[in-house]
Write a protein that binds this ligand. Structure first.
Ligand code: ZN
Length: 171
């Protein structure tokens, strides 16, 4: 796996002035020179158990899907989207192939998905994927800490301390 340093990536690319799921997607799409599209899927969590899903199509478009219910809580949606962007920024698609059964289930349940896809999701099946999940979640945590600090309020500073105290799981 190529080296991915979430803190350095965040330092280099930064954050949009007003952080939302949409502005985060637009900011990183431009910085990474990728076509990243965000959409909500009703029933994603109920069907798969995941709040978010990243799918890269054969057309090289990155689709980030969040559960429809996630969009009702903007900080949760932003966190979920930041996690998936962490995977994209880290290049976590390498060597990953989704199980045929998973693809079939997703296509049946969500017929608008692209025809040929690489799927990354909140699952840890192998050591590779476990490390990838830690990296993506570390990135999301740092994004939320930075955004909390940028709010310039005492609540924001307290929230940032909470995020920054988040520890890497020991393996
Ligand atoms: Zn993940």
């Amino acid at each position: 796996m190529p080296q991915f340093d979430p803190a350095t990536t965040l330092q280099t690319i930064g954050l949009p002035r007003r952080l939302t799921a949409s502005t985060l997607v637009a900011h990183y799409a431009q910085a990474l020179s990728r076509d990243i599209r965000l959409a909500a899927l009703p029933g994603l969590a109920a069907t798969t158990g995941w709040c978010g899903l990243w799918i890269r199509g054969d057309d090289e478009v990155d689709h980030i899907f969040v559960d429809q219910a996630t969009t009702a809580v903007s900080t949760l949606e932003t966190h979920v989207v930041a996690h998936e962007i962490g995977h994209i920024a880290a290049g976590h698609d390498q060597g990953v192939t989704a199980e045929a059964g998973l693809i079939a289930m997703l296509k049946e349940r969500f017929p608008t998905l692209p025809p040929h896809v690489i799927v990354r999701a909140v699952m840890a099946r192998t050591t590779y994927e476990l490390q990838a999940e830690h990296e993506a979640e570390r990135f999301a945590t740092l994004v939320m800490a930075r955004a909390s600090l940028q709010s310039g309020t005492s609540f924001g500073r307290a929230a940032a301390r909470m995020f920054i105290s988040w520890k890497e799981p020991t393996s």
